[in-house]
Design a protein around this ligand. Structure first.
Ligand code: ADP
Ligand code: ADP
Ligand code: ZN
Length: 214
């Protein structure tokens, strides 16, 4: 199964991708996580990416494509979380898949109103294992500790209200055109992300079970 999760920052892409990964055994690829790793390691690519990420702007296409291209080629099945985010990235993704004789099964758009996005991101607690929590909506069993791996939870530097405004603006300007792009290809599905995590997952599961059957 090859899918893309398309949604604004803080909508629940990472949360749902982890649930899909566990239930359907499909690898979760997050460009945000890959970029943060590169920043932490201090690679040239990471240094380049950091100045954009700090401002809540999109990292240039060639940088993101550079870190994700081989992963897409390597894996037969995947969930893409946070990629593509521009039309250029979407076209490159099509080209890579074409070359490999592969196709995307579906693009799931998670819809969440703007005012919710900020409160979700500001209360987000992240773990290096990929698990995400929320101070109010999805707290860990023990404060500050990941339920899954026992790791220490942290707040992302870009999860401030101020950075969120610019991230939401980038989403509107650069990523929203992808909705039409995938709609025209006939593979866009939309779920309501303004409900409990389990309910959102239930909607996604219905879509994925149907794909598995076809
Ligand atoms: P969120 O989970 O809130 O949507 P991400 O972790 O996916 O955030 O991304 C964090 C930051 O990394 C983005 O604000 C952007 O600067 C950069 N980034 C991630 N994916 C991409 C991408 N596909 N294209 C450009 N920039 C990206
Ligand atoms: P994204 O990857 O799209 O930026 P995340 O999955 O990291 O989003 O979720 C952002 C924050 O919102 C996290 O703190 C997460 O626990 C919380 N969250 C995710 N989905 C929901 C939901 N349906 N209801 C309430 N909070 C949610
Ligand atoms: Zn963890």
């Amino acid at each position: 199964m090859r899918l893309v999760l398309l949604a604004p920052p803080g909508a629940g892409k990472g949360t749902q991708a982890e649930l899909i990964e566990q239930k359907f055994r499909v690898a979760h690829i997050s460009t945000g996580d890959l970029l943060r790793e590169a920043v932490k390691k201090g690679t040239i690519l990471g240094l380049k990416a950091k100045k954009y990420m700090d401002k809540g702007e999109l990292v240039p296409d060639e940088v993101v494509i550079g870190i994700i291209k081989d992963k897409i080629k390597e894996l037969n099945d995947f969930i893409l979380d946070g990629f593509p985010r521009t039309l250029e990235q979407a076209k490159v993704l099509d080209r890579i898949l074409d070359e490999e004789g592969k196709k995307l099964d579906t693009v799931i758009e998670i819809q969440v109103p703007d005012e919710r996005l900020v409160e979700r991101a500001v209360g987000r607690l992240s773990c290096k294992c990929g698990e995400v929590y929320h101070e109010i909506y999805n707290p860990p069993r023990t404060e500050g500790i990941c339920d899954r791996c026992g790791g220490k939870l942290y707040k992302r530097e870009d999860d401030t209200a101020e950075t969120m405004y610019s991230r939401i603006k980038s989403y509107k300007m650069k990523t929203i055109p992808l909705i039409k792009y995938y709609f025209q290809k006939g593979i866009l599905r939309t779920v309501n992300g303004d409900q409990d995590i389990e309910k959102v997952f239930w909607e996604i599961e219905k879509i994925l079970n149907k794909i598995k059957k076809d």
